[in-house]
Design a protein around this ligand. Structure first.
Ligand SMILES: C[S@@+](CC[C@H](N)C(=O)[O-])C[C@H]1O[C@@H](n2cnc3c(N)ncnc32)[C@H](O)[C@@H]1O
Length: 195
């Protein structure tokens, strides 16, 4: 289901799985009380735990196609003492997002968009899932190597490509920010579903 092998997932999680930047994301993305959040490409779930614990009554559904990542993520959920009502992990790619239409306040994808197998299908499902006024929040690392053994869509690591994809689905208020941190330089893109 995922093109990430068990070894790649474990190596990634060990090196990049827990970033100080992940802890900043709930505030940068504007998570607030009682938000229904979907996180796509959650990896080992460190950010998912940060999202679920950031505000009261938040519920997070976090997807990743890698079985290994989901196992790591479930361990982190248990260590954090979170229930499945607060944080649920599912082994699935963006292309299998299956939630009630117009039920989600915020969709987050950290460093995952360029991995989606079918970004157009995934984004259509994201758009359908959002309430009107709901938001998508994406980030990409501006300096990850473009080579390697994983098949990725490099267009979706740059603002122009991400904007073009979002515009296909009538997202509005598309905004870009660059954030330089000791862990890297990150491109942040957010957009809304019109009310
Ligand atoms: C670079 S990692 C980022 C993980 C995590 N979001 C983080 O911030 O550490 C990319 C993740 O995207 C996942 N991925 C691969 N194909 C995907 C797809 N089609 N849909 C959603 N996620 C996918 C991978 O399994 C991997 O966990």
């Amino acid at each position: 289901m995922s093109h990430w092998s068990k070894e790649q997932a474990l190596a990634y999680d060990q090196q990049w799985g827990e970033l100080a930047f992940h802890r900043q994301i709930p505030s940068l993305a504007g998570v607030s009380d009682s938000n229904n959040i979907v996180e796509i490409g959650c990896g080992g779930g460190f950010l998912s735990v940060c999202l679920a614990t950031y505000a009261r009554g938040v519920s997070v559904l976090a997807l990743d196609p890698s079985a290994q990542m989901i196992e790591l993520a479930n361990n982190r959920r248990q260590q954090a003492g979170l229930s499945e009502a607060q944080l649920q992990f599912l082994q699935a790619g963006a292309e299998s997002l299956n939630v009630m239409a117009e039920s989600i306040d915020l969709v987050i994808a950290a460093f995952s968009l360029h991995h989606w197998r079918d970004a157009e299908l995934g984004m259509q499902l994201v758009f359908n899932s959002l309430k009107s006024g709901g938001k998508i929040w994406l980030c990409e690392d501006m300096h990850t190597p473009t080579g390697g053994t994983l098949k990725v869509n490099n267009n979706l690591k740059a603002f122009a490509g991400i904007k073009q994809l979002l515009e296909q689905f009538a997202f509005t208020s598309i905004e870009k920010h660059l954030l330089a941190t000791p862990e890297g330089e990150f491109l942040i893109v957010q957009a809304s579903k019109a009310t």
